[in-house]
Design a protein around this ligand. Structure first.
Ligand code: AMP
Ligand code: GLY
Length: 424
Protein backbone atom coordinates (compact mmCIF):
# COMPACT_ATOMS: atom_id res chain seq x y z
CA UNK A 1 0.00 0.00 0.00
CA UNK A 2 1.01 3.64 -0.44
CA UNK A 3 1.19 5.87 2.63
CA UNK A 4 1.31 9.67 2.97
CA UNK A 5 3.03 10.97 6.10
CA UNK A 6 2.48 14.61 7.05
CA UNK A 7 5.20 16.56 8.87
CA UNK A 8 8.86 17.58 8.74
CA UNK A 9 10.43 17.02 12.16
CA UNK A 10 12.57 14.45 13.90
CA UNK A 11 9.34 12.76 14.96
CA UNK A 12 8.30 12.26 11.34
CA UNK A 13 11.78 11.03 10.36
CA UNK A 14 11.58 8.38 13.12
CA UNK A 15 8.08 7.41 11.91
CA UNK A 16 9.20 7.34 8.27
CA UNK A 17 12.22 5.15 9.08
CA UNK A 18 9.97 2.63 10.84
CA UNK A 19 7.17 2.73 8.25
CA UNK A 20 9.75 2.15 5.51
CA UNK A 21 10.59 -1.23 7.13
CA UNK A 22 7.02 -2.50 6.79
CA UNK A 23 6.43 -5.41 4.40
CA UNK A 24 2.95 -3.90 3.81
CA UNK A 25 4.42 -0.71 2.32
CA UNK A 26 4.85 0.01 -1.38
CA UNK A 27 5.64 3.73 -1.54
CA UNK A 28 5.97 6.18 1.34
CA UNK A 29 5.33 9.85 0.53
CA UNK A 30 6.05 12.63 3.00
CA UNK A 31 4.78 16.21 2.90
CA UNK A 32 6.93 18.23 3.26
CA UNK A 33 9.64 16.03 4.86
CA UNK A 34 13.29 17.03 5.31
CA UNK A 35 16.75 16.00 4.06
CA UNK A 36 16.80 12.86 6.24
CA UNK A 37 13.27 11.77 5.42
CA UNK A 38 14.20 12.06 1.74
CA UNK A 39 16.41 8.97 2.22
CA UNK A 40 13.41 6.78 3.13
CA UNK A 41 10.42 8.51 1.50
CA UNK A 42 9.43 10.56 -1.54
CA UNK A 43 9.18 14.13 -0.21
CA UNK A 44 6.46 16.22 -1.84
CA UNK A 45 5.24 19.79 -1.53
CA UNK A 46 1.61 19.99 -0.57
CA UNK A 47 -0.39 22.69 1.22
CA UNK A 48 -1.56 20.70 4.25
CA UNK A 49 -4.09 23.38 5.22
CA UNK A 50 -5.77 22.87 1.83
CA UNK A 51 -7.71 19.66 2.53
CA UNK A 52 -8.96 19.50 -1.06
CA UNK A 53 -5.36 19.45 -2.32
CA UNK A 54 -4.44 16.68 0.12
CA UNK A 55 -7.43 14.59 -0.99
CA UNK A 56 -6.51 15.18 -4.64
CA UNK A 57 -2.93 14.04 -3.95
CA UNK A 58 -4.22 10.88 -2.25
CA UNK A 59 -6.47 10.09 -5.21
CA UNK A 60 -3.68 10.73 -7.72
CA UNK A 61 -1.17 8.56 -5.85
CA UNK A 62 -3.39 5.71 -4.70
CA UNK A 63 -2.79 6.50 -1.00
CA UNK A 64 -4.38 3.92 1.34
CA UNK A 65 -3.40 5.57 4.63
CA UNK A 66 -2.53 9.11 5.71
CA UNK A 67 -0.47 9.43 8.90
CA UNK A 68 -0.54 12.87 10.52
CA UNK A 69 2.52 13.81 12.64
CA UNK A 70 1.82 17.25 14.18
CA UNK A 71 -1.22 18.54 16.08
CA UNK A 72 -2.21 21.60 14.05
CA UNK A 73 -3.65 19.73 11.03
CA UNK A 74 -5.53 17.39 13.41
CA UNK A 75 -7.15 20.25 15.30
CA UNK A 76 -7.96 21.81 11.91
CA UNK A 77 -9.94 18.70 10.94
CA UNK A 78 -7.78 17.06 8.28
CA UNK A 79 -8.89 13.58 9.42
CA UNK A 80 -12.57 14.56 9.12
CA UNK A 81 -11.98 15.81 5.58
CA UNK A 82 -10.13 12.63 4.59
CA UNK A 83 -12.82 10.48 6.22
CA UNK A 84 -15.51 12.25 4.23
CA UNK A 85 -13.52 11.43 1.07
CA UNK A 86 -13.21 7.76 2.15
CA UNK A 87 -9.46 7.98 2.72
CA UNK A 88 -8.21 6.22 5.85
CA UNK A 89 -6.23 8.44 8.20
CA UNK A 90 -4.36 7.68 11.42
CA UNK A 91 -5.21 10.41 13.90
CA UNK A 92 -8.21 11.85 15.74
CA UNK A 93 -11.14 13.84 14.35
CA UNK A 94 -11.21 17.57 15.11
CA UNK A 95 -13.73 16.91 17.89
CA UNK A 96 -11.46 14.31 19.52
CA UNK A 97 -8.37 16.48 18.93
CA UNK A 98 -9.89 18.96 21.38
CA UNK A 99 -8.07 16.89 24.00
CA UNK A 100 -5.01 18.86 22.88
CA UNK A 101 -6.75 21.83 21.28
CA UNK A 102 -8.44 23.02 24.48
CA UNK A 103 -7.00 22.57 27.94
CA UNK A 104 -10.37 23.51 29.47
CA UNK A 105 -12.08 20.75 27.44
CA UNK A 106 -9.68 18.16 28.85
CA UNK A 107 -10.00 19.43 32.43
CA UNK A 108 -13.80 19.23 32.19
CA UNK A 109 -13.54 15.67 30.82
CA UNK A 110 -11.27 14.74 33.75
CA UNK A 111 -13.77 16.22 36.20
CA UNK A 112 -16.69 14.37 34.59
CA UNK A 113 -14.95 10.98 34.47
CA UNK A 114 -12.92 11.13 37.70
CA UNK A 115 -9.52 11.24 36.01
CA UNK A 116 -6.77 12.36 38.43
CA UNK A 117 -5.52 15.86 37.55
CA UNK A 118 -4.74 19.17 39.28
CA UNK A 119 -7.69 21.17 40.70
CA UNK A 120 -8.63 23.94 38.23
CA UNK A 121 -11.03 26.62 37.04
CA UNK A 122 -11.69 28.11 33.59
CA UNK A 123 -11.94 31.89 33.00
CA UNK A 124 -12.88 34.18 30.16
CA UNK A 125 -11.93 37.46 31.81
CA UNK A 126 -8.93 38.78 33.71
CA UNK A 127 -10.53 40.17 36.90
CA UNK A 128 -12.16 36.86 37.87
CA UNK A 129 -9.03 34.92 36.94
CA UNK A 130 -6.90 37.22 39.10
CA UNK A 131 -9.26 36.92 42.05
CA UNK A 132 -9.01 33.11 41.86
CA UNK A 133 -5.20 33.19 41.52
CA UNK A 134 -4.97 35.40 44.63
CA UNK A 135 -7.27 33.07 46.59
CA UNK A 136 -5.22 30.01 45.59
CA UNK A 137 -1.79 31.60 46.14
CA UNK A 138 1.56 30.70 44.52
CA UNK A 139 2.93 28.45 43.17
CA UNK A 140 0.12 28.28 40.65
CA UNK A 141 -0.12 27.41 36.96
CA UNK A 142 -1.64 29.70 34.30
CA UNK A 143 -2.49 28.16 30.92
CA UNK A 144 -3.76 29.64 27.68
CA UNK A 145 -6.63 27.37 26.67
CA UNK A 146 -5.73 26.77 23.01
CA UNK A 147 -2.72 25.69 20.95
CA UNK A 148 0.24 27.94 21.70
CA UNK A 149 3.18 25.89 20.36
CA UNK A 150 4.14 24.81 23.88
CA UNK A 151 4.51 28.40 25.07
CA UNK A 152 1.11 28.99 26.66
CA UNK A 153 1.92 27.67 30.15
CA UNK A 154 3.41 29.67 33.01
CA UNK A 155 4.31 27.93 36.25
CA UNK A 156 4.18 31.04 38.46
CA UNK A 157 6.22 31.00 41.64
CA UNK A 158 4.80 34.34 42.84
CA UNK A 159 1.37 35.95 42.64
CA UNK A 160 2.84 38.89 40.66
CA UNK A 161 4.08 36.45 38.01
CA UNK A 162 0.66 34.77 37.92
CA UNK A 163 -1.15 38.11 37.48
CA UNK A 164 1.26 39.10 34.68
CA UNK A 165 0.66 35.77 32.94
CA UNK A 166 -3.11 36.30 33.15
CA UNK A 167 -2.73 39.78 31.62
CA UNK A 168 -0.50 38.39 28.84
CA UNK A 169 -3.15 35.83 27.89
CA UNK A 170 -6.08 38.23 27.83
CA UNK A 171 -4.02 40.91 26.06
CA UNK A 172 -3.45 38.51 23.17
CA UNK A 173 0.11 37.18 23.72
CA UNK A 174 -1.10 33.81 22.41
CA UNK A 175 -3.72 35.11 19.98
CA UNK A 176 -7.08 33.36 20.16
CA UNK A 177 -5.50 30.58 22.21
CA UNK A 178 -5.33 32.86 25.26
CA UNK A 179 -8.83 34.33 25.33
CA UNK A 180 -9.79 31.57 27.67
CA UNK A 181 -7.49 30.70 30.56
CA UNK A 182 -7.22 27.64 32.78
CA UNK A 183 -5.76 28.17 36.23
CA UNK A 184 -4.69 25.07 38.08
CA UNK A 185 -2.98 23.92 41.24
CA UNK A 186 0.75 23.30 41.10
CA UNK A 187 1.66 19.60 41.09
CA UNK A 188 4.94 18.52 42.61
CA UNK A 189 6.91 15.54 41.31
CA UNK A 190 8.89 14.19 38.37
CA UNK A 191 7.37 14.24 34.88
CA UNK A 192 6.98 11.33 32.49
CA UNK A 193 5.01 10.66 29.32
CA UNK A 194 2.98 7.67 28.29
CA UNK A 195 1.79 7.00 24.73
CA UNK A 196 -1.08 4.78 23.60
CA UNK A 197 -2.49 3.94 20.19
CA UNK A 198 -6.28 4.10 20.38
CA UNK A 199 -9.03 2.79 18.12
CA UNK A 200 -12.01 4.45 19.77
CA UNK A 201 -12.51 1.75 22.41
CA UNK A 202 -9.18 -0.01 22.98
CA UNK A 203 -5.80 1.42 23.97
CA UNK A 204 -2.44 -0.22 23.24
CA UNK A 205 0.62 0.98 25.16
CA UNK A 206 3.05 2.50 22.64
CA UNK A 207 5.90 3.60 24.84
CA UNK A 208 6.95 5.72 27.80
CA UNK A 209 9.56 8.45 27.84
CA UNK A 210 10.97 11.37 29.78
CA UNK A 211 12.05 14.50 27.99
CA UNK A 212 13.94 17.70 28.72
CA UNK A 213 11.94 20.75 27.65
CA UNK A 214 14.28 23.49 28.86
CA UNK A 215 17.21 24.75 26.85
CA UNK A 216 19.75 24.96 29.69
CA UNK A 217 21.78 22.40 31.62
CA UNK A 218 20.05 21.02 34.72
CA UNK A 219 16.64 21.85 33.18
CA UNK A 220 16.96 25.62 33.41
CA UNK A 221 16.16 28.51 31.06
CA UNK A 222 13.40 28.96 28.50
CA UNK A 223 11.22 26.09 27.28
CA UNK A 224 11.83 24.57 23.86
CA UNK A 225 10.05 21.88 21.84
CA UNK A 226 12.37 19.41 23.63
CA UNK A 227 16.17 19.10 23.83
CA UNK A 228 16.39 15.38 24.42
CA UNK A 229 14.60 12.33 25.79
CA UNK A 230 15.01 8.74 26.80
CA UNK A 231 12.78 5.67 26.77
CA UNK A 232 11.53 3.76 28.66
CA UNK A 233 10.72 6.31 31.37
CA UNK A 234 12.88 5.21 34.28
CA UNK A 235 10.27 6.24 36.86
CA UNK A 236 7.28 4.42 35.30
CA UNK A 237 7.40 0.79 36.43
CA UNK A 238 4.82 -1.78 35.32
CA UNK A 239 2.57 -1.08 38.31
CA UNK A 240 2.55 2.66 37.52
CA UNK A 241 1.87 1.96 33.84
CA UNK A 242 -1.12 -0.21 34.79
CA UNK A 243 -2.36 2.57 37.07
CA UNK A 244 -2.07 5.19 34.30
CA UNK A 245 -3.76 2.93 31.75
CA UNK A 246 -6.57 2.01 34.16
CA UNK A 247 -7.20 5.39 35.85
CA UNK A 248 -6.36 7.84 33.08
CA UNK A 249 -6.24 6.40 29.53
CA UNK A 250 -9.14 3.92 29.68
CA UNK A 251 -11.62 6.35 31.34
CA UNK A 252 -10.64 9.00 28.78
CA UNK A 253 -11.41 6.65 25.89
CA UNK A 254 -14.67 5.58 27.53
CA UNK A 255 -15.64 9.21 28.17
CA UNK A 256 -14.88 10.31 24.61
CA UNK A 257 -16.79 7.30 23.27
CA UNK A 258 -19.83 7.99 25.44
CA UNK A 259 -19.89 11.60 24.24
CA UNK A 260 -20.06 10.42 20.63
CA UNK A 261 -16.53 11.62 19.78
CA UNK A 262 -14.42 8.43 19.99
CA UNK A 263 -10.66 8.96 20.04
CA UNK A 264 -8.55 7.29 17.36
CA UNK A 265 -4.83 7.83 16.92
CA UNK A 266 -2.10 8.50 19.45
CA UNK A 267 -2.97 9.65 22.94
CA UNK A 268 0.08 11.25 24.60
CA UNK A 269 -0.40 11.66 28.35
CA UNK A 270 1.90 14.17 30.07
CA UNK A 271 2.05 12.95 33.67
CA UNK A 272 3.26 14.21 37.02
CA UNK A 273 4.32 11.44 39.35
CA UNK A 274 3.10 12.93 42.64
CA UNK A 275 3.17 11.40 46.11
CA UNK A 276 -0.53 10.63 45.58
CA UNK A 277 0.19 8.73 42.37
CA UNK A 278 0.27 9.73 38.70
CA UNK A 279 -1.79 12.80 37.73
CA UNK A 280 -2.57 14.00 34.21
CA UNK A 281 -0.89 17.32 33.34
CA UNK A 282 -2.13 17.44 29.77
CA UNK A 283 -2.98 15.42 26.70
CA UNK A 284 -1.49 15.68 23.25
CA UNK A 285 -3.16 13.90 20.37
CA UNK A 286 -0.01 12.86 18.48
CA UNK A 287 3.42 11.45 19.16
CA UNK A 288 5.97 13.58 21.03
CA UNK A 289 9.04 15.17 19.53
CA UNK A 290 11.75 14.09 20.55
CA UNK A 291 9.99 11.23 22.41
CA UNK A 292 9.21 9.40 19.14
CA UNK A 293 12.92 9.38 18.32
CA UNK A 294 13.52 7.21 21.41
CA UNK A 295 10.33 5.13 21.35
CA UNK A 296 10.18 3.88 17.77
CA UNK A 297 13.80 2.68 17.57
CA UNK A 298 12.81 0.25 20.38
CA UNK A 299 9.73 -1.06 18.53
CA UNK A 300 10.22 -4.51 17.03
CA UNK A 301 6.70 -4.82 15.59
CA UNK A 302 5.44 -3.47 12.27
CA UNK A 303 4.40 0.16 12.91
CA UNK A 304 2.22 0.26 9.81
CA UNK A 305 0.28 -2.82 10.94
CA UNK A 306 -0.38 -1.20 14.34
CA UNK A 307 -1.56 2.03 12.71
CA UNK A 308 -3.89 0.11 10.41
CA UNK A 309 -5.29 -1.75 13.46
CA UNK A 310 -6.02 1.62 15.11
CA UNK A 311 -7.85 2.85 12.04
CA UNK A 312 -9.77 -0.42 11.57
CA UNK A 313 -10.71 -0.74 15.28
CA UNK A 314 -8.85 -4.03 15.70
CA UNK A 315 -6.20 -3.07 18.28
CA UNK A 316 -7.41 -5.93 20.52
CA UNK A 317 -6.01 -8.35 17.93
CA UNK A 318 -2.45 -6.99 17.72
CA UNK A 319 0.53 -6.70 20.05
CA UNK A 320 3.52 -4.39 20.18
CA UNK A 321 6.90 -5.96 20.87
CA UNK A 322 9.77 -3.91 22.28
CA UNK A 323 13.52 -4.12 22.66
CA UNK A 324 14.74 -4.33 26.28
CA UNK A 325 17.35 -1.68 25.57
CA UNK A 326 17.19 1.97 26.55
CA UNK A 327 17.19 4.63 23.85
CA UNK A 328 18.39 8.17 24.50
CA UNK A 329 18.20 11.09 22.06
CA UNK A 330 20.14 14.33 22.16
CA UNK A 331 18.81 17.22 20.06
CA UNK A 332 21.26 19.41 18.18
CA UNK A 333 19.87 22.90 17.62
CA UNK A 334 21.03 26.06 15.87
CA UNK A 335 22.83 28.44 18.26
CA UNK A 336 20.31 30.95 19.58
CA UNK A 337 17.35 28.55 19.65
CA UNK A 338 14.67 28.87 21.09
CA UNK A 339 15.33 32.57 20.31
CA UNK A 340 16.55 33.92 16.96
CA UNK A 341 19.10 31.80 15.08
CA UNK A 342 21.00 31.83 11.81
CA UNK A 343 19.62 29.77 8.93
CA UNK A 344 21.57 28.12 6.13
CA UNK A 345 24.70 26.98 8.00
CA UNK A 346 26.42 23.85 6.65
CA UNK A 347 26.70 20.54 8.50
CA UNK A 348 29.62 18.20 7.73
CA UNK A 349 30.83 14.71 8.60
CA UNK A 350 27.45 13.28 9.59
CA UNK A 351 28.52 9.94 8.08
CA UNK A 352 31.43 9.74 10.54
CA UNK A 353 28.90 9.39 13.38
CA UNK A 354 27.18 6.38 11.85
CA UNK A 355 27.32 3.22 13.97
CA UNK A 356 25.20 0.15 14.66
CA UNK A 357 23.76 1.59 17.88
CA UNK A 358 23.20 5.13 16.53
CA UNK A 359 20.31 6.53 14.50
CA UNK A 360 20.39 10.11 13.29
CA UNK A 361 16.97 11.69 12.77
CA UNK A 362 16.76 14.96 10.90
CA UNK A 363 14.47 17.86 11.82
CA UNK A 364 15.27 21.28 10.30
CA UNK A 365 17.57 20.15 7.49
CA UNK A 366 17.58 20.59 3.72
CA UNK A 367 19.99 19.80 0.90
CA UNK A 368 21.19 23.04 -0.74
CA UNK A 369 23.54 22.69 -3.72
CA UNK A 370 24.36 19.17 -2.60
CA UNK A 371 25.25 20.31 0.92
CA UNK A 372 23.45 19.42 4.14
CA UNK A 373 22.14 22.68 5.57
CA UNK A 374 20.44 23.67 8.82
CA UNK A 375 17.18 25.52 8.15
CA UNK A 376 15.43 25.30 11.53
CA UNK A 377 15.79 25.63 15.29
CA UNK A 378 15.95 21.97 16.19
CA UNK A 379 18.04 20.38 13.44
CA UNK A 380 19.28 16.86 14.26
CA UNK A 381 18.52 14.12 16.79
CA UNK A 382 21.18 11.61 17.79
CA UNK A 383 19.52 8.50 19.18
CA UNK A 384 21.73 5.88 20.83
CA UNK A 385 20.75 2.46 22.17
CA UNK A 386 22.37 0.97 25.25
CA UNK A 387 21.78 -1.40 28.13
CA UNK A 388 21.23 1.56 30.50
CA UNK A 389 20.52 5.29 30.30
CA UNK A 390 24.19 5.89 31.17
CA UNK A 391 25.44 3.68 28.34
CA UNK A 392 23.06 5.21 25.78
CA UNK A 393 23.98 8.71 26.95
CA UNK A 394 27.72 8.06 26.50
CA UNK A 395 27.17 6.59 23.03
CA UNK A 396 25.00 9.54 21.90
CA UNK A 397 27.55 12.15 22.97
CA UNK A 398 30.46 10.16 21.47
CA UNK A 399 28.63 10.18 18.11
CA UNK A 400 27.91 13.92 18.28
CA UNK A 401 31.64 14.61 18.83
CA UNK A 402 32.33 13.22 15.35
CA UNK A 403 30.29 15.66 13.31
CA UNK A 404 31.32 19.14 12.25
CA UNK A 405 28.68 21.85 12.71
CA UNK A 406 30.12 24.97 14.39
CA UNK A 407 26.71 26.68 14.50
CA UNK A 408 25.07 23.81 16.41
CA UNK A 409 24.73 23.21 20.13
CA UNK A 410 23.19 20.61 22.44
CA UNK A 411 22.64 20.09 26.13
CA UNK A 412 25.38 17.96 27.67
CA UNK A 413 23.24 16.36 30.39
CA UNK A 414 20.27 14.63 28.72
CA UNK A 415 19.04 11.90 31.08
CA UNK A 416 20.88 13.34 34.09
CA UNK A 417 18.37 12.34 36.77
CA UNK A 418 18.22 8.75 35.53
CA UNK A 419 22.00 8.59 35.16
CA UNK A 420 22.41 9.83 38.76
CA UNK A 421 19.96 7.15 39.95
CA UNK A 422 21.85 4.45 38.03
CA UNK A 423 25.09 5.52 39.77
CA UNK A 424 23.50 5.04 43.22
P1 AMP B 1 1.70 21.61 29.34
O1 AMP B 1 1.88 22.39 28.07
O2 AMP B 1 0.33 21.63 29.92
O3 AMP B 1 2.35 20.25 29.28
O4 AMP B 1 2.65 22.33 30.40
C1 AMP B 1 3.99 22.57 30.10
C2 AMP B 1 4.81 22.24 31.33
O5 AMP B 1 4.39 23.05 32.43
C3 AMP B 1 4.65 20.81 31.82
O6 AMP B 1 5.47 19.92 31.13
C4 AMP B 1 5.04 20.95 33.27
O7 AMP B 1 6.45 20.99 33.40
C5 AMP B 1 4.50 22.30 33.63
N1 AMP B 1 3.17 22.17 34.25
C6 AMP B 1 1.97 22.21 33.63
N2 AMP B 1 0.95 22.04 34.49
C7 AMP B 1 1.52 21.91 35.71
C8 AMP B 1 1.00 21.72 37.04
N3 AMP B 1 -0.30 21.67 37.29
N4 AMP B 1 1.90 21.63 38.04
C9 AMP B 1 3.22 21.71 37.83
N5 AMP B 1 3.77 21.89 36.61
C10 AMP B 1 2.94 22.00 35.56
N1 GLY C 1 8.24 16.89 23.54
C1 GLY C 1 6.96 17.36 23.86
C2 GLY C 1 6.00 17.42 22.74
O1 GLY C 1 6.17 16.81 21.71
O2 GLY C 1 4.98 18.08 22.90
Amino acid sequence: MNVLLIGSGGREHAMAAKLAQSPLLDTLFCAPGNAGIANVAKCVTLDIADHGAVIQFCDDNDISLVVVGPEAPLVAGIVDALDAANIAAFGPSAAAAQLEGSKGFTKDLCAEFNIPTAAYQRFNNAPKAKRYAREMGAPIVIKADGLAAGKGVVVATSIEEALDAIDDCFEGAFGDAGFEVVIEAFLEGEEASLFAFCDGQTALLMGTAQDHKQVGEGDTGPNTGGMGAFSPAAILDQEMIDEVMGNIIVPTLAGMHSRGTPFRGILFAGLMMTKDGPQLIEYNVRYGDPETQVILPRLKSDLLELMIASVESSLLEVEAEWSDETALAVVLASKGYPGAYEKGTEIHDLEKAEAANIEIFHAGTAMKDGKLTAIGGRVLNFTAMGSSVTEAQTAAYDAIEKIDWPNGFCRSDIGWRAVAREKE
